[in-house]
Design a protein around this ligand. Structure first.
Ligand SMILES: N[C@@H](CCC(=O)N[C@@H](CS)C(=O)NCC(=O)O)C(=O)O
Length: 207
């Protein structure tokens, strides 16, 4: 398999970490939408990363669809999202918050990085940042209530909620260091630090 993207992209990185956790071999092909738009467009007409080319040659886009295929490959016993029931609902809802925090961080980051300084719309930037903080604050509450073993793990292994939330948290810290996400979500910050110290994260460190 070939994963196309960058380690800054939380959408690409959650796939890379998932493949690492599952021990599935892949090649990480670094591609930037800003620097190599034509290359990216060949994989995805929307010119977005990530994309994953399967061993069959088929190329998949959208991180949720790629992760779904990866879970299909390993089967229900190994899948990072539980196959059914209340545990599946809970993992999916926690992922939704984690992905939402990443998306809103991207929007805030793009407002600053894609526009000329005089065209940055401060209220829109602040709205996105407030949404990011609200998302992490909600995850913090859940984490304090349920504990990492319940919220972010299935058995002794990280599940997709743990992977996605850790990746999102690291991403926000990287692109919006001014936002006090560590103060807002100290328990989540601790969990994120623990994840970043693991080889499955370290080998695809944000750079
Ligand atoms: N929903 C998509 C989001 C992908 C996405 O927004 N990727 C960003 C990089 S982090 C991108 O390609 N941005 C370029 C653009 O939107 O023009 C997914 O989960 O894969």
């Amino acid at each position: 398999m070939k994963l196309y993207g960058s380690t800054i992209s939380p959408f690409a990185r959650r796939i890379a970490v998932s493949l690492n956790v599952l021990g599935l071999p892949y090649e990480f092909v670094r591609l930037s939408t800003a620097k190599q738009p034509e290359e990216v467009r060949k994989l995805n007409p929307l010119t977005r990363i990530p994309a994953l080319t399967l061993d069959s040659g088929e190329t998949l886009i959208e991180s949720w669809a790629i992760l779904d295929e990866i879970d299909q490959i390993v089967g229900p016993d190994q899948a990072l999202i539980p196959p059914s029931g209340a545990t599946r609902r809970k993992v999916l809802q926690t992922i939704s918050l984690g992905v939402g925090c990443a998306e809103k961080s991207v929007w805030a980051y793009y407002e600053l990085s894609k526009r000329p300084e005089e065209k940055v719309h401060q209220p829109w930037l602040e709205q996105n940042e407030a949404q990011v903080l609200a998302g992490y604050s909600s995850l913090e509450e859940q984490l304090k209530r349920d504990g990492a073993n319940d919220l972010f793990k299935s058995g002794s292994r990280l599940n997709q909620a743990g992977i996605t939330c850790a990746v999102s948290f690291r991403f926000t810290g990287h692109v919006r260091p001014e936002l006090d996400i560590r103060g807002t979500a100290p328990t989540l910050a601790e969990f994120s630090d623990e994840c970043e110290a693991m080889n499955v994260f370290k080998s695809v460190a944000v750079s």
